[in-house]
Design a binder for this molecule. Sequence first.
Ligand code: SF4
Length: 366
Amino acid sequence: MLGWICAYTPEEIFSALGLDSFRLYGIGQAAAASLSYFPANFCPLARGCFCEGEEMLRDSSLSGIVLTASCHALVHLANGFKDNACRQKRRLFVYLLDLPRTCGFRNRAARVSFSLSLRDLVRELSSFYGVTWDEGKFWNAVEEHRQVRSLLRRIYLFQQERPESLRAAGLLEAVRAAGRSKKSDFYPVLRSVVEGLLGGEVPAPGSRAEKLLSGMRRRGSTGGPRLLVLGNSIPSVYLDLFEEMGADIVGDDLCQGYRYCLPEIAEEADPFAALARGYLERVPCPRMLSAGEYKEQLRKRLESCRPDGVVYHALKFCDSYLYQFPLIRQFLADEGLPVLYLETEYRGVGLEQARTRVQAFLEMVG
Ligand code: SF4
């Protein structure tokens, strides 16, 4: 099993090469176990993923990990994995994928550079795993991934239209499940979820689809302010908290959420150029030096979601999200939208303290 973390990792490549892949989230992991490698003031997502990967390495279910050079935490994580595999005398494929610092909307150089990095990745994977690249299989993989992403976007559309009927944490769970599933297996499951959600045939009791669907059913009060959730990997309990307090969540822009569903890979002669374009021409992550493009994309999202207020979530010690916040706060102020800044440790710690702030924010917005 090949692990990966960042939403800029083109999973299509793994599927095309016939490699099973698995997105690490590091949720609920005993992050303390990572302290021998990383300090306590280190990205909690990276520390959680290190523990999750380490566990898989121990039980031999992890054969490799592809990380992106997105931030210093992931670069250190690559080194941590290498060192740990060496100590355990395990053969582990550890690859750090080079990622440009600008998104690809107007930057051809960024797209060319990323396409070359993707070629290198395929070369290294092929030589480590003894697999061969087949362009026909690649385009099949692109289609399978496209189908799953478009169903997920259908659910996001439902959330925008009927937020009172959808539990946001349940949707996030479905997106996270997509990152861990073989797309050809997950597509029929998701299709059945969408059908059930839209009032069609309900999935069979006890099936995977039924579990996902029941996780998305919203209970509790509704009809409060419409919230858009921005930022990085928010713990699900916080989404439940907003809804429990009456807010309706109308969308998100999380890298483990909506942004995962966005890459559109259009057919072109060079498959790597197509991938680079698809991944670099979607809403940019704040680690990109593309604040102007982000604001453009955010404006479109505000138009479609029509929120009354915004929650901006940053993980503790995540520099990229911290330094983007003042820009976004100003942008939202210009749009007349109030914003709640929330910082978490990637788990439910501090939930009760946040409750008072959330309540005050909802009273102000509502
Ligand atoms: S926040 Fe950005 S850089 Fe970090 S994992 Fe998500 S997409 Fe990648």
